[in-house]
Design a protein. Structure first.
Lengths: 114, 114
């Protein structure tokens, strides 16, 4: 089983709202990732968690706040977003960071900020 | 910063034809992954290549990793309409063994016409 699940599938929010994206995997992976993908573009890395600790933040604005409550769950808390933050948000997981450490992606959350 | 140049960006061919997609970089990657993505969905893993010179076959798809681990190719034989989609190559650098994000090529939008 190489399944990563994400909820919700679609989300529409106003610029003053607070919402959260959720990601879950039960493959025993200890590395989890958030990527952002704009239309017709490849995914761009936002955050990396390794063993439940934030290891990489690609200079993401503070209106995006990641959280890793345990080894199976990854959240992305959203607050005061801008319309340009509308995108497909992808979660991925991998075993632990050794080689080859293949990343498996979830189906994504389509976010629209009004 | 590692870059992956993927070509062609767009390709439209007739069913039954063969095609090759290329990914090139001046950087060395510890592994390289190929994904296929449908609109609004997450990337689905096709293959991971790790060893320089490695060739992997997946039915009508053949993947190669360059000897120097700087380039890769995807060859599709006798393309079918079901092969239509966005193909992404993604490389992982050397990060001292820790979890690291993927560097994506810009993708190849493939359309197979009946």
């Amino acid at each position: 089983d190489t399944e990563v699940t994400q909820t919700p599938k679609h989300l529409v929010m106003g610029m003053t709202n607070k919402k959260s994206l959720k990601c879950e995997q039960h493959m025993g992976h200890r590395a989890m990732y958030w990527y952002k993908q704009k239309a017709k573009k490849p995914p761009e890395l936002m955050f990396v968690y390794s063993y439940e600790k934030l290891s990489i933040n690609e200079s993401v604005p503070s209106r995006f706040s990641p959280e890793c409550p345990n080894s199976s769950l990854l959240n992305l808390h959203l607050h005061a977003l801008q319309p340009e933050d509308s995108a497909l948000y992808l979660c991925a997981s991998s075993l632990s960071g050794g080689s080859p450490d293949t990343q498996y992606f979830g189906p994504g959350t389509r976010l629209t900020v009004l | 910063t590692q870059l992956l140049e993927q070509s062609p960006q767009f390709l439209s061919i007739q069913e039954g034809e063969n095609l090759t997609v290329y990914c090139n970089s001046s950087s060395v990657f510890s592994s390289l992954q190929w994904y296929r993505q449908e609109p609004g969905e997450g990337p689905v893993l096709l293959v991971t290549v790790v060893t320089g010179g490695e060739v992997k076959k997946l039915k009508r798809l053949t993947f190669q990793f360059g000897d120097a681990r700087k380039d890769s190719s995807l060859h599709i034989t006798a393309a079918q309409t079901g092969d239509t989609g966005l193909y992404l190559c993604a490389g992982r650098g050397y990060s001292g063994g820790g979890a690291d994000g993927l560097t994506f090529g810009k993708g190849t939008h493939l359309i197979i016409q009946p």
